[in-house]
Design a protein around this ligand. Structure first.
Ligand SMILES: [Zn+2]
Length: 117
């Protein structure tokens, strides 16, 4: 289960961001998980609940968004959503495609509170 180590990296990122911004409280952590990233959203959700204990974002809402896999086609230049995990351009059916998003998991944004002026 590599979700736990991912969650621990998220904790580091959030704590660093909170510290840099002088945050007293983190309200919300938004994560994006690519459907091709091999990250299980359920497992990540569970792992986040574990790592947020005693952290600056202990009471924050963890929002995980699933991100579709986008393929860029070298033949026709289109970006299309990958269907059924098949590496083929959705427009011209060329196989000369590469993944431009949806193959990773990342912290999209963090909502923090600075406790006033
Ligand atoms: Zn194409």
């Amino acid at each position: 289960m590599h979700e736990l180590s991912l969650a621990m990296s998220v904790r580091e990122i959030v704590e660093e961001a909170a510290q840099q911004n002088g945050a007293t409280k983190v309200n919300r952590v938004n994560l994006a998980v690519g459907e091709f990233s091999s990250v299980s959203i359920d497992a990540l959700e569970f792992a986040m609940e574990v790592v947020k204990k005693d952290s600056v974002f202990e009471n924050a809402a963890i929002v995980i968004r699933s991100e579709r896999t986008i393929l860029e086609c070298a033949a026709c230049g289109s970006n299309t959503v990958m269907a059924d995990y098949v590496f083929v351009c959705g427009k011209c059916s060329s196989g000369a495609v590469r993944i431009v998003s949806g193959d990773r998991m990342y912290v999209e944004s963090i909502d923090i509170e600075n406790g006033g002026e």
